[in-house]
Design a protein around this ligand. Structure first.
Ligand code: SIN
Length: 284
């Protein structure tokens, strides 16, 4: 079966219609989806009606699942399905509020960061709530040779905590305490990462998690990181997804940064179910 895949931007991101992710996919169709996923980086499946068990079954095909956030921020009975939402029940948020609110690649503060992330829209706000994606292959390829030379072979210093990262702010209630509790060691990753399937090179740094460059003074490293982040978000390098109910979006963290754009009122409910898979250790 040939998939109906429509481009969403000039270079990357496609929308697929005519596939029902609540059903078992045959191998040929699944292989086609994987091929589109690694080449196009963001895949939007339209018109889905899926329950947590369907999301889990599809996500598992891309690797072992991550279990993120706290118990009370996950779907009961499906701990690998996290809830991202501003909805409250009995005065308490039912999920993570303002998750992913600065540019990042998922779990890049770990030695083995995420491969695929899947987000399914159960409720979308009337205003705001978009997600932006930046093509990190495109960002790398657009760098002048002089900058490529400066970062060749270099390792970025990545950190989970927002505390001490001047490019981000703690936006959620109780966030300071949360990051103190979750604080962990710095993790080094190559600043230029080779995609393990396509062999394409891409930048692997983000304002959210990359706080320095190993062996380089901050006086040189911080302006260099600012320059790299500016290439990441240059015109033509970003796709902004405006959600429609029933969208199931998956993206490749090995070649993209993304951010949740926010911009919705606290009583205008956004409710997403999120799964992600564990990837390989990045290599240069
Ligand atoms: C994320 O960064 O995982 C969440 C993105 C979003 O909610 O738009």
């Amino acid at each position: 079966m040939a998939l109906n895949a429509q481009p969403l931007s000039d270079k990357f991101a496609v929308a697929i219609t005519g596939v029902d992710l609540s059903k078992e996919l045959d191998q040929e169709l699944f292989d086609e989806i994987v091929d589109i996923f690694v080449r196009k980086q963001v895949v939007v499946f339209r018109d889905q009606h899926i329950e947590p068990q369907h999301q889990l079954a599809f996500s598992r095909k891309f690797g072992p699942l991550e279990m993120l956030f706290d118990d009370d921020q996950r779907v009961a009975g499906f701990p690998e399905v996290a809830i991202l939402s501003n909805e409250k029940v009995a005065g308490k948020f039912i999920g993570v509020v303002a998750a992913g609110d600065f540019w990042h690649s998922d779990q890049s503060y770990r030695k083995t960061p995420s491969l695929a992330t899947m987000l399914y829209a159960h409720k979308i706000p009337k205003i705001g709530g978009d997600t932006e994606f930046a093509d990190m292959h495109g960002a790398y390829e657009s760098l002048p040779d002089e900058i490529k030379k400066r970062i060749e072979g270099r390792m970025g210093i990545n950190q989970r905590s927002k505390l001490g990262n001047h490019r981000v702010a703690v936006t959620r209630e109780g966030g300071e305490e949360y990051y103190q509790r979750k604080a962990a060691n710095n993790v080094l990753h190559p600043m230029v990462r080779t995609h393990p399937v396509t062999g394409r090179k891409g930048l692997y740094v983000s304002p959210r998690f990359t706080v320095g460059i190993e062996g380089m003074d901050d006086a040189e490293a911080q302006p260099l990181l600012d320059t790299l982040f500016a290439y990441q978000t240059a015109p033509g390098n970003v796709y902004r997804h405006k959600w429609t109910l029933g969208d199931f979006v998956m993206w490749d963290n090995r070649s993209l940064n993304h951010q949740a754009c926010g911009g919705y009122a606290m009583d205008d409910i956004r409710l997403m179910h999120r799964t992600s898979t564990i990837g390989d250790e990045p290599f240069a």
